[in-house]
Design a protein around this ligand. Structure first.
Ligand SMILES: NC(=O)C1=CN([C@@H]2O[C@H](COP(=O)(O)OP(=O)(O)OC[C@H]3O[C@@H](n4cnc5c(N)ncnc54)[C@H](O)[C@@H]3O)[C@@H](O)[C@H]2O)C=CC1
Ligand SMILES: CC(C)CC(=O)C(=O)O
Ligand SMILES: [Mg+2]
Length: 360
């Protein structure tokens, strides 16, 4: 099958983990006889350095012309450490999500038995953890206007804004996912305090009768943060607003043992984008120390969701599980004998090819 992928490596570890995801995609092409073409484009600090714009028009065009987008990560300390910076890499990420209409970010979380020693959670809490967070991605406090500083600079403000339509479109996807899974949906909010959360609760509750096979419950975000650690297997599908989903999923990554394990899919009405949930991890940039699995598992999600290639996606997931079982891992998951980013990516790519060759 011929497909076209826009590749946006971004900043920090973004390029090195994306390179490994590409190596694995090339292994899939070879093993399954597909032909993918790739267009590389700039985003984030790399795009600011080259063009002054963190999401330049050429990048937007490359995204719109693609069948799917593979994204690494953005962010650079020179902006993080400058509160007065006029333009920031993160604006590129937010603009990309908004302009491409990527309103739902699906973040699956599962426990891997091979990593149980790396998770701070006790083994009995890890059993059967298989949940997915539907994080709203183009609304809420990351986008609401007005925002800024008071004239005397002594105070600052942000706006959290949601419309019923924004809530309904992501809740629909979350209800449908719950129907395909264990039929349980949890809305995480702060409806005891926030007006936006009360709108979320009212809107999602009103939709529930259309999904009679799904059990819907509600949980305050502070309680959810605790429950994710105390009893993660409680959850099936979580739907939540932008900032709560952002924070809860970094927290949920400790279930697996590393932030370098969680992939995601950002979907909307047009082209979908696939990205690890982690950031640009600047401390490790250029050192081949970062875990490439979140990026590689994002490529597996791309194959399944954007191209309908379930078997190909499964081949990657199985190769990752095998590498986990072998203990052939980067330093976040193997402190005594760590492998490089590149070695782990190449091992997964080789296993994909071997597994397909063994079947033929
Ligand atoms: N989607 C994106 O592009 C995101 C970008 N950022 C940006 O990234 C920069 C750094 O932000 P941080 O808060 O430090 O978040 P981060 O996700 O880059 O790193 C936090 C910590 O997680 C671990 N980690 C992250 N990715 C890893 C990987 N692949 N392998 C092993 N360990 C990994 C490291 O211990 C690291 O110190 C900032 O500029 C921030 O704005 C942050 C989050 C998401
Ligand atoms: C700029 C941030 C919203 C990025 C982030 O933390 C994320 O998308 O997970
Ligand atoms: Mg985040």
């Amino acid at each position: 099958m011929q497909k076209h992928i826009a590749v946006l490596p971004g900043d920090g570890i973004g390029p090195e983990v994306t390179e490994q995801a590409l190596e694995v995609l090339k292994a899939v092409e070879q093993a399954f006889g597909h032909q993918f073409s790739y267009t590389h484009a700039l985003v984030g600090a790399a795009a600011i350095d080259a063009t002054g714009n963190p999401f330049p028009p050429e990048t937007e065009q490359a995204c719109r012309e693609a069948d799917a987008i593979l994204f690494g990560a953005i962010g650079h300390p020179k902006y993080d450490n400058d509160p007065k910076a006029k333009v920031r890499p993160e604006q590129g990420l937010l603009a990309m999500r908004r302009k491409l209409g990527l309103f739902a970010n699906l973040r699956p979380v599962q426990s891997y038995p091979a990593l149980s020693d790396m998770s701070p959670l006790k083994n009995d809490r890890l059993e059967g953890v298989d949940l997915v967070v539907f994080r709203e991605l183009t609304g809420g406090i990351y986008f609401g206007e007005p925002r800024g500083r008071s004239e005397n600079g002594e105070s600052a403000f942000d706006t959290c804004l949601y419309s019923k339509a924004e809530i309904e479109r992501i809740a629909k996807l979350a209800f449908e996912a719950a129907q395909r899974r264990r039929k349980k949906l949890t809305l995480v909010d702060k409806a005891n305090v926030l007006a936006t959360s009360r709108l979320w609760r009212e809107t999602v509750k009103a939709m529930a009768p259309a999904y009679p096979d799904v059990t819907l419950d509600f949980m305050f975000v502070d309680n959810a943060a605790m429950k994710l650690i105390q009893q993660p297997a409680y959850f099936d599908v979580i739907v939540t607003e932008n900032m709560f989903g952002d924070i809860l999923t970094d927290e949920a990554s400790v279930i697996t043992g590393s932030l370098g394990m969680l992939p995601s899919a950002s979907v909307g009405d047009q082209v979908a984008l696939f990205e690890p949930i982690h950031g640009s991890y600047p401390e490790a940039a250029g050192q081949s120390r970062a875990n490439p699995m979140a990026a590689i598992l994002s490529a597996a999600m791309l194959l399944e969701y954007a191209f309908g290639m379930a078997e190909e996606s499964q081949a990657i997931n199985q190769a990752v599980e095998q590498v986990l079982a072998e203990g052939f891992l980067t330093e976040d998951l193997n402190r005594t004998n760590p492998q490089t980013t590149q070695a782990v990516g190449s091992r997964i790519a080789a296993l994909v090819k071997e597994s397909v060759a063994a079947k033929n």
